[in-house]
Write a protein that binds this ligand. Structure first.
Ligand code: NI
Length: 136
């Protein structure tokens, strides 16, 4: 059920907010505020020792000696936390790997850091999302 409440904001802040809403193509202020609230809750989930979900994206050079093996070895060490991995051969040199993960926030962050810092990984990112349990 939707409940209504009103918010008081400084004029300048409201102007900036409306500009933000326009840039992100939100239909109205309510939808934008709901999303902002949800994303702070997700941030909170990742700061505590909570069960969360996320996606690690890696771009790496598969000609880098032993790198492919290290990437695979690390993923086996975290097999309980890995839901699925998709590997795309981008071009002659580069591979893109997308790893969907779930588990305790701290463990997932460690996994992402360990994978991203391997020598030869050119881009490593962790998109922090939620299991959805606390998202309404
Ligand atoms: Ni590849």
């Amino acid at each position: 059920m939707l409940k209504r409440f009103s918010i008081s904001l400084e004029e300048d802040l409201l102007e900036d907010f409306d500009e933000f809403i326009k840039q992100r193509s939100y239909e109205n202020r309510s939808e934008a505020i709901r999303d902002l609230i949800r994303s702070s809750f997700i941030k909170d989930e990742w700061q505590g020792d909570n069960d969360v979900m996320g996606v690690i994206t890696l771009v790496y050079d598969h000609h880098q000696p032993n790198l492919q093996e290290k990437v695979t070895e690390l993923q086996h060490a975290y097999h309980h936390q890995i839901v699925s991995t998709t590997h795309v051969h981008m071009d002659h040199h580069n591979c893109l790997e997308v790893i969907i993960i779930r588990g305790k926030a701290a463990e997932l962050k460690d996994m992402a850091n360990r994978l991203s810092s391997l020598r030869g990984v050119r881009d490593g990112k962790l998109a922090m999302s939620s299991t959805g349990k606390h998202l309404h």
